[in-house]
Write a new protein. Sequence first.
Length: 490
Amino acid sequence: MKKQRVIISILASVLWLMLLGCEGMAELFHGPKPEKPPVTCTLTFHLNGGTGTIPETITVTAGTVVNLPDQGGFSKGQDIFAGWSEGTSNVTIYPAFSPVTVHDDIIFYARWIPYGTPTHTVTFHANGASGTAPPQITGLYSGMPITIPNQGSLSMGDKTFSGWNTQQNGSGLHYAAGAVVTVTETIIFYAQWINALPGATLAEQLAYICSADDDGAVYDIAVSSNEHIGPQTISTMGRNITVNIHSANPADVKTIQLTSAGYLFRIEDNITLTLQNIVLNGINSNTSALVHVGLGGKLIFDAGSKITQNTNIGNAENVGAGGGIALNNGTLEMNDGAEIVGNKVFGNFSAGGGICLNENSNVAIHGGTISENIAGNETSTLYSYGGGIYIGTNSTVTMFGGTISKNQCTGIQALGGGIYAEDSVFTKRAASGSSTSGIIFGGTGTNANTVTGIIAFGHAIYRYSVSLSERNTTLTNYDEITTLNNVGWE
């Protein structure tokens, strides 16, 4: 009996130790496990050409929110201090006193605006609401950042505040409260007020708009998760309608994936569609461009948006028109931060790997990237035109900025690696107040636009004309060219 009690006692001890586990046994014999020391991060400040007293180094625990210092005791001649950034160019500038959450060691560089830079004013417009709009900001030097405010005391009945827009009707650039914007001109931000759209999905919300009859209405659709939808026609019973589709969080771009052949969006009949922080993904064996802009339609393609991964294999007549966007009596406005990348168009006649314009269409390129699009197949395509852009009859493209690079035009006859223009007008020139007009790469280098075929002309641009019809070398930011004269052609 005594022996049985000993055995039971041993088994109970073993079971107890098993339940404790390795960590429990270690704690039993060696005491409590010491906690990991908190991770600390260091913020240091670089005057970036300035002189004077450098702000003190800040050491905090990871995850701490820190307000960045003011200018204090340093300067750079007569230059104006704009704030701090994690690099010295082309990165976000945080104004003094901005709160930042620290997760790593960071060097913040002072950012300077040259003395004599013009100043601008930012005004916030209630846009029909009652209450008091946020105060006007004056004396802003070009290049200085501001943080977009919320609506303050503004309200508009049962409508919901959805942010600010550079156009009163919501067709401009959309900014959420808290966004940091670099000011380059005097500007008015208009408060945007929306009725909640019925429907749990994007397709359901677009279906509601189709049945609505409000003239001049602005519909705001905030996409909070990635969507998978079939082809959509954006139409309405009303007139002059604007539909804004944007990510609910500007820092988190959302994807809309096409699920079957056809136009993901078909826009016409006085509809303006604005896309911001939205990626449109096509499919590998489509029979059309990803987006179609028809008579009376307009697409405004804003920052953070992309049209990509669509392959238009052509229609029954073996004609492919537009890998990314096809316009027929439509209008496209492309702005900084937008991309038309990685689209293809195939067929015996292949036109416009990125964009195809037909019949009195118009495109204004203010910025963004048109890159890595392909028109044609070297072995099966007879005629291939415009790896990046095909400009057809009576259409117009004006390029004020942006980059056209790495596009390909390939076939038995291949014309215009970057751009092909036929009976149409293409002009590359600086906008008013600017000295640059974007870049179109020629046929050499890592960013080259190229043509490949038995008959192949115009790596950068091909103009259907009697003479001086191609441009093979790069057009830099400061080069201008137009199909209306022979200057700059080779």
